[in-house]
Design a protein around this ligand. Structure first.
Ligand SMILES: [Zn+2]
Length: 275
């Protein structure tokens, strides 16, 4: 696999198993453009590729374990095991942030160069501007990383007692955050992992710095609409038959009519709290 990607991930304590590295290479994902975009849907098509096509690239002398992992003796039922799916999504996430950081550095460079071209004299003001732009993008990345980290752990706590935890936790790992700074004001969106709705992040009026944090009340009120009430309180019912199905039905029902209006969401602002 692309050694630069392997090295970068290793630096972040992520070691992809050899079989996964081979599959990513053969399925065309071992590059900085596509790897960061891998979603759980892509994982399904990668698995299908491994089951149906990959054998063509393997020779008799190859050790099948290096290509199919635990499924080396049952290639036709090959799957990427849940833990490795999470690892893959986590790696994609890290590469996404890396890509954003590189892009904003590039943008700052281009702006700097354009300014230099347009001004007859290159004054110290110009270099000051680009330092400020770099600082701004670093700050936004730091804020975004913090939001992602805290909200993922909040969501994982919320779903921890649900019977379909494994499936939902993969979705949780795919939430994305987009923070924007305009003048001295932060704004942004965060996605709901259960219905993909984009929700506005609200900010206290405070100084824009590395420690600027949004208020998550609206977001938490929304995501909680997908969780059955008794599960939120942490109580367990063990007599209900077919409980898993009920949870799933309710989950999808909420997704369909859970499109809360802004009015409804803002009405709950008093419950805002930090976590
Ligand atoms: Zn939702």
């Amino acid at each position: 696999m692309n050694p630069e990607i392997v090295e970068y991930l290793r630096h972040h304590d992520i070691e992809l198993p050899l079989y996964l590295q081979h599959i990513l290479k053969f399925s065309g994902y071992d590059n900085f453009y596509l790897f960061p975009k891998i979603t759980s849907n892509d994982i399904k098509s990668i698995e299908q590729f491994a089951r149906e096509e990959m054998h063509q690239f393997i020779t008799k002398d190859d050790n099948l374990e290096n290509f199919y992992g635990f499924f080396k003796t049952t290639l036709e039922s090959f799957k990427i095991v849940p833990g490795h799916q999470k690892l893959l999504l986590e790696a994609a996430n890290k590469l996404q942030l890396h890509k954003k950081r590189k892009e904003s550095q590039k943008l700052a460079e281009v702006k700097k160069r354009t300014k230099r071209l347009h001004s007859a004299e290159f004054t110290t003001d110009n270099s000051l501007n680009s330092i400020q732009e770099n600082e701004e993008s670093d700050r936004i990345i730091a804020i975004s990383e913090h939001i992602l980290k805290t909200q993922k752990s909040y969501l994982l706590g919320l779903i921890s007692k649900l019977p379909n935890y494994d499936e939902l936790s993969i979705k949780v790992n795919e939430i994305h955050v987009n923070v924007v700074q305009k003048d001295e004001q932060l704004s942004g969106m965060i996605s709901c992992p259960f219905c993909n709705k984009q929700l506005k992040l609200c900010w206290m009026k405070q100084k824009v710095n590395y420690n600027a944090r949004p208020i998550y009340g609206n977001y938490h009120n929304h995501v909680k609409t997908h969780i059955p009430n008794d599960r939120q309180k942490g109580t367990r019912k063990n007599t209900v038959t077919n409980e898993a199905n009920q949870v799933i039905t309710k989950f999808f029902k909420n997704c369909n009519d859970g499109d809360k209006t802004d009015h409804e969401i803002h009405g709950k602002r008093r419950n805002d709290r930090r976590i």
